[in-house]
Structures are given as structure tokens and as C-alpha cells.
Design a protein around this ligand. Structure first.
Ligand SMILES: [Zn+2]
Length: 424
């Protein structure tokens, strides 16, 4: 074959011999016949071990490869089977594709990279594949990444949380690593059995190395952690505390709004109150001019609601300040909230008191809340596209891809290229 290097590089089959490249009118694309190099033949598709020949299998096989310009490409090769002492009769390993894949590794990596960043429609149209194919590819890419680097290795400080997916209250239990900021584990369910299966996967010696576990204060998490992680301190995911305060504030806002809306109430006030939800929720540093105006208006018009807003903000400040100063602020907040005569906040104060030890532990250790928050937000975004998933497994794989660090590089980016020189 002439121009061997050209074809190896463009087809992404650098570890194979290209025998021929033709345009196939029937397929409407390019078909490249390849064979493995000498040292790469007769290896088990699962473990790559050299094995003895078994049979020709189903003969020749094709894999979709990246397009040449706008022309689709297939790589074609013999797909014999070998007899592996561990995996039985199995199709050989191919240097250009993952085991059981019908697309080349480069094609799969590009699909996965896009799936982590683009809309479902964009990925399917650009790569000319069905969504079903995309999810199967993502699962395979993630499994491959986890085989290369076990995400459960080296964990010291973790956060455990639950995320709802789909309607009908179905949940995933998720575990994040506070050091790397990554999602490391997720499985359907939110009960002791689910969480126990995480600690089973982690194993005894790695459980013993955990020094801190943050959680949202749920009893089922606390009791499993207490029995499985003997060396870890349990602290409250402070992000959840802020979330509780936001919910209490929203309850006060709804009460005030309902009062104004009722017969004989102030309709104008009700309308304006409806519009200040975001101004009340948002971090004050990030308010727009208009939202700041709304907040001023609330301060003048409704002292109850403004008090609720200040209570939320002081709690947020205590959480953000951390350390001894944060603990002092928390104590001040507890006294204030307990006597504020706003039912949602009086109840919240009681709840915070119940979890006070774990919250103070979080303030002392300064575990990042931003992490748990952003991971949760991203998973929630993913659950919105989850209607296309029949089971939670593809959703989990997609989460591992976008927030678990399992996303591959785009093909060809590890070759040096003049394109990466900064523009003059
Ligand atoms: Zn094997």
C-alpha cells in the first residue's frame, strides 16, 4: 500500500497495516481494509493476553471511523476468535477499536467528547449516529477510563449525596471526592443497601483511609458511615444548610404573597412580590442593578420578608466564613433565628441545632461546598435529558463523563501540531 503513513494517520489505525482503501458506491463511503501488525495478532479482546487460535469467527467486520471530509469511512478487517484461558472463546483485540465496539476508538472518543458538551441533537446529527448508539459509546468509554484509573483510589475526604432523577421520586446516591472535585461513584437507590454497596466496592483498607465524610444530614447516610468508616469524621455538607435557608425564605415569601393575593389583599404588592424571587435567592455580590432595586423595595415594603432575607444571608455568611469566626456567627444566627417569629426560620433553627456538631465540624474542616453544589447542579441538568434513557446506567455514565473526569481527549490532540502555536 502506498502512502501507508498518510492512511494510518487519517484513519486512526496507527498500529495496523493498511492493505487497501476504496470508495464503496453501495455504502456511499470509503472502506479501508486493514490487518493488525505482527506482534498484535491473536490477543484476547478482554485482557489482551496472547492466546491460541480458535476459529475465523464471523469473518470480516466493519467499524465506523471518523469521516474523511464529509465522506463516511469504515475500517474493515478479519475478526477471528481466540481461546483465552480466562475469558473463553472470544474475538481478538483490535488496536483501533474497543472490545465489542462497532466504531473505532477515535470515533468513540469524539462522540464522548461531544456528548459531554453539546446537545443530544447536535451529537447525533454531526456524527450521524442514533442517540442509542451515543449512550452505548459513552458507557463503553467510561468503563474503559475506569479500567485505566480506578476513581475510588486515593480517596480521603468524600461527600455523599442523593440526586432525584425522573419523575416518581427515583434517586441516585452519588459520591464526590473533595480533593479532585470529581464524581467518583453513583448508583440508583437511596438507602442503606445502596450506600453499603459503595463501601463494599471501596473495600476495607480504603474505607479505613477516609478521614472525612460530608453528607446532608440524612439518617440513613449517618448510620452507614458510622459503621463502615471508623476513622472518618462526619460533617454536614454546608451547602445543604444554605439550601435549607433558601427553602425557608421561599416559604416566607409564599406566605406573604398568598396573604397579599387573597380577597381584599394588595394585588399590586402580590404582583411585585412574585418578581423578586431571584433577587432574594441570589448571592448579593452577583445581583444586577434591577435586582438590587427589588431588594431595596422589599426592605421598605415588607419587613417580614426582609427579615427572612437577612436571616438567610447571615447563615450563608457563617457558612462561607468558616473556622472559629464562622462558628461564632452560627451561634449568633441560632439565637436570632430561634426568636425571629417567622415559623419557617424557627423550625430551621431547631433543625440546625440538631445537626450542630456536624455543621461545626464542616466549618472547622472547611470542606468545599461549591463542589457538592456544582456536581449536583450538573447532574440535575443531565437528568433533564434523561428522558431518553431507559435505565439509570446511561445517565450515570454521562455524569461520569461530564463531572467524573472520564471524558477522553479529542482524537489526534496528543500529536504535536503547528496549530497549537499561539497566534502571532
Ligand atoms: Zn482474556
Amino acid at each position: 500500500m502506498r502512502d501507508a503513513k498518510l492512511w494510518q494517520a487519517t484513519l486512526g489505525v496507527e498500529r495496523a497495516v493498511v492493505e487497501s482503501v476504496v470508495f464503496d458506491d453501495e455504502l456511499g463511503g470509503v472502506v479501508a481494509s486493514v490487518r493488525p501488525r505482527k506482534g498484535a495478532t491473536r490477543r484476547c479482546g478482554v485482557c489482551q493476553r496472547r492466546c491460541s487460535w480458535y476459529d475465523r469467527g464471523e469473518g470480516r467486520r466493519q467499524w465506523r471511523a471518523l469521516d474523511l471530509g464529509s465522506v463516511p469511512v469504515w475500517v474493515e478487517a478479519e475478526a477471528p476468535r481466540v481461546s483465552c484461558p480466562e475469558h473463553g472463546v472470544v474475538v481478538v483485540a483490535f488496536g483501533w477499536a474497543r472490545h465489542r465496539a462497532r466504531h473505532t476508538t477515535e470515533f468513540e472518543n469524539e462522540v464522548a467528547w461531544l456528548a459531554a458538551r453539546c446537545s443530544r441533537k447536535a451529537v447525533c446529527e454531526l456524527m450521524r449516529v442514533a442517540w442509542r448508539t451515543v449512550t452505548a459509546i459513552v458507557e463503553r468509554v467510561v468503563a474503559d477510563a475506569h479500567r485505566r484509573a480506578d476513581p475510588l483510589e486515593g480517596l480521603r475526604r468524600i461527600g455523599i449525596d442523593e440526586v432525584a432523577y425522573k419523575k416518581g421520586h427515583r434517586y441516585l446516591t452519588v459520591v464526590v471526592d473533595h480533593a479532585s472535585g470529581r464524581l467518583v461513584w453513583a448508583e440508583p437507590g437511596r438507602d442503606k443497601a445502596t450506600l453499603n454497596s459503595f463501601f463494599d466496592a471501596l473495600g476495607k483498607s480504603r474505607c479505613a483511609k477516609l478521614v472525612e465524610v460530608t453528607a446532608d444530614g440524612a439518617d440513613w447516610i449517618a448510620s452507614v458511615v458510622a459503621s463502615r468508616c471508623l476513622n472518618a469524621r462526619v460533617s454536614m455538607d454546608a451547602f445543604h444548610v444554605v439550601q435549607w435557608a433558601t427553602e425557608a425564605l421561599d416559604e416566607v415569601r409564599r406566605d406573604v404573597w398568598n396573604q397579599a393575593r387573597r380577597a381584599g389583599g394588595d394585588k399590586v404588592l402580590a404582583g411585585r412580590l412574585k418578581g423578586c424571587r431571584y433577587a432574594l435567592w441570589k448571592d448579593p455580590d452577583r445581583l444586577t442593578g434591577r435586582q438590587r432595586g427589588k431588594l431595596h423595595w422589599v426592605a421598605h415594603e415588607n419587613r417580614q420578608l426582609y427579615r427572612a432575607y437577612l436571616l438567610k444571608e447571615e447563615l450563608r455568611l457563617a457558612i462561607r466564613t468558616k473556622g472559629d469566626e464562622g462558628i461564632r456567627l452560627l451561634a449568633h444566627w441560632l439565637t436570632w433565628a430561634s426568636h425571629c417569629r417567622l415559623r419557617p426560620f424557627v423550625e430551621l433553627a431547631a433543625k440546625v441545632r440538631r445537626h450542630r456538631v456536624a455543621i461545626e465540624q464542616a466549618l472547622r474542616s472547611g470542606s468545599s461546598n461549591a463542589l457538592a453544589e456544582s456536581t449536583n447542579t450538573k447532574i440535575r441538568v443531565l437528568t433533564r435529558v434523561a428522558f431518553g434513557f431507559r435505565s439509570p446506567q446511561p445517565l450515570i455514565a454521562m455524569a461520569m463523563l461530564s463531572v467524573g473526569g472520564a471524558c477522553p481527549q479529542l482524537p489526534g490532540r496528543n500529536r504535536p501540531s503547528t496549530l497549537e502555536r499561539p497566534p502571532v
